[in-house]
Design a protein around this ligand. Structure first.
Ligand code: ATP
Ligand code: MG
Length: 415
């Protein structure tokens, strides 16, 4: 199989109330056997839409998997539509009919006539037994294509796929696997990362096996995902490792993790290794920084605590920020951030103090200090301070502030 396409069938999947999770399960399983998805679609229970979706997917991909629409009701049309697209006649399978009848009988019921259509099988199709429900799945080999029809309920689809589809795909994949690496980057915008990484992409595409890259941005963090397919796992891993190194060279110390660790884990590991303890003073992030620092199991070994100094009074009384300093420079200023970091370091007897003060919005901005102005300071043997201008709404500004604060600490520890 070179490429696969998944079609999730069901009008409920087009509403805001229900999401297609079957394709996530299938994508994960396909990845295990080295099959990359070329696409996936969600279509409603309209026969015209379903026909177009199946026909188009079969033109582009050699494996097409549908989920849903194999039930007994009149809106369940996947079986009929697939047969129609492929020009196959449907015949009733006596054995399936018996199984469905027996299933109803075992519950003291007679099979409604509507269920008869679940026993219809396109000519040449392989029947995939469904021990967890009535509708069997179907695998249809057509020219050099494979079309697999699976039921919609996850508890029916998953065991069916694992028992009757995966073994065949594994056999045909000749040991192929998809392997992945993730580079995590902070302190750069998506376009800055793209600009530095772009010259490396052509090398990655030309690697043996070729390496595909995707870029993913969240507030405060960019991820570069590398993936490659092959049957010689060691060769695939070697190619990916040298791809990772090439990108690290291009991006420098903006890359904080290549082994899956989060920024707070990286910072925690550095603090532990250097036997240092940290305390935080937070204004506009209201505890989010301490939240992330203490997300890491075992963080009591390096986090002392901190102060949420939202009001100016608290910055003064709890952190020792000078009244005159706030009056002269304003609460969102470099001198105040430095005093917050030094204050929390001293009062908590930590090796490192880190402080955040800023304008998270939506109100409170000014011409001099627009929304998104955030000042971050670290205090250790000496103090460092930097003013950022983040863009985005309040949660975005706050998340970027926390990421920048964690990164300041990381850089301090790497010096
Ligand atoms: P049934 O015999 O139960 O009608 P079916 O094969 O016709 O099975 P659908 O009617 O399309 O399947 O879906 C049945 C149920 O399965 C849905 O109500 C939904 O809860 C779940 N389901 C269907 N498709 C998906 C999907 N892509 N992701 C997650 N759940 C799904
Ligand atoms: Mg149904």
């Amino acid at each position: 199989v070179r490429s696969a396409h998944i079609i999730a069938v069901g009008s409920e999947l087009l509403t805001p109330h229900k999401i297609d999770t079957n394709s996530l399960f299938l994508a994960a399983r396909l990845e295990e056997v080295g099959i990359a998805l070329s696409g996936k679609s969600v279509v409603g229970d309209e026969q015209v839409d379903l026909r177009i979706a199946i026909a188009t997917a079969l033109e582009r991909s050699d494996l097409v998997i549908t989920t849903g629409g194999l039930g007994p009701t009149s809106d369940d049309l996947t079986r009929e539509t697939a047969a129609d697209v492929l020009g196959l006649t449907l015949t009733e399978d006596a054995q399936i009919l018996d199984t469905i009848r027996a299933r109803f009988r075992s519950r003291g019921m007679t099979m409604p006539d509507a269920n008869r259509k679940q026993a219809m099988v396109p000519r040449g199709a392989t029947v995939l037994p469904n021990p967890c429900g009535t509708a069997p799945g179907l695998a249809i080999d057509t020219r050099d294509r494979l079309l697999v029809l699976l039921p919609g309920p996850p508890r029916e689809l998953q065991p069916m796929f694992d028992a009757h589809v995966l073994p065949r795909l594994t056999r045909e994949s000749a040991g192929q696997r998809v392997r992945r690496r993730v580079l995590k980057i902070t302190g750069r915008s998506e376009s800055m990362v793209e600009q530095s990484a772009f010259p490396v992409y052509s090398t990655l595409r030309g690697a043996d096996p070729p390496i595909a890259t995707t870029i993913l941005a969240t507030p405060g963090q960019i991820e570069l995902h590398l993936s490659a397919v092959g049957s010689d796992i060691d060769a695939v891993d070697r190619a990916l490792d040298s791809g990772v190194r090439a990108l690290q060279d291009a991006l420098g110390d903006a890359v904080f993790s290549v082994d899956g660790r989060s920024l707070e884990q990286v910072v925690g590991d550095l603090l532990r290794a250097q036997r240092k303890k940290i305390a935080a003073a937070e204004s506009c992030t209201g505890g989010l920084l301490l939240g992330r620092l203490t997300d890491v199991p075992g963080s009591s070994a390096w986090v002392v605590g901190g102060t949420i100094a939202y009001a100016n009074d608290i910055k003064i009384s709890e952190l020792g920020v000078g009244v005159d300093v706030i009056a002269t420079h304003g609460a969102v200023s470099e001198p105040v951030a430095v005093q917050m970091a030094e204050g929390v370091r001293q009062r908590f007897r930590a090796d490192i103090g880190v402080a955040i003060t800023g304008v998270a919005g939506p109100g409170g901005g000014s011409a001099e200090k627009p929304l998104g102005t955030v000042v971050i300071a670290t205090a250790a043997h000496r103090s460092q301070v930097r003013t950022f201008r983040f863009v985005g709404d309040r949660p975005m500004v706050r998340n970027q502030s926390v990421a920048a604060a964690l990164d300041s600490v990381r850089r301090l520890l790497l010096e």
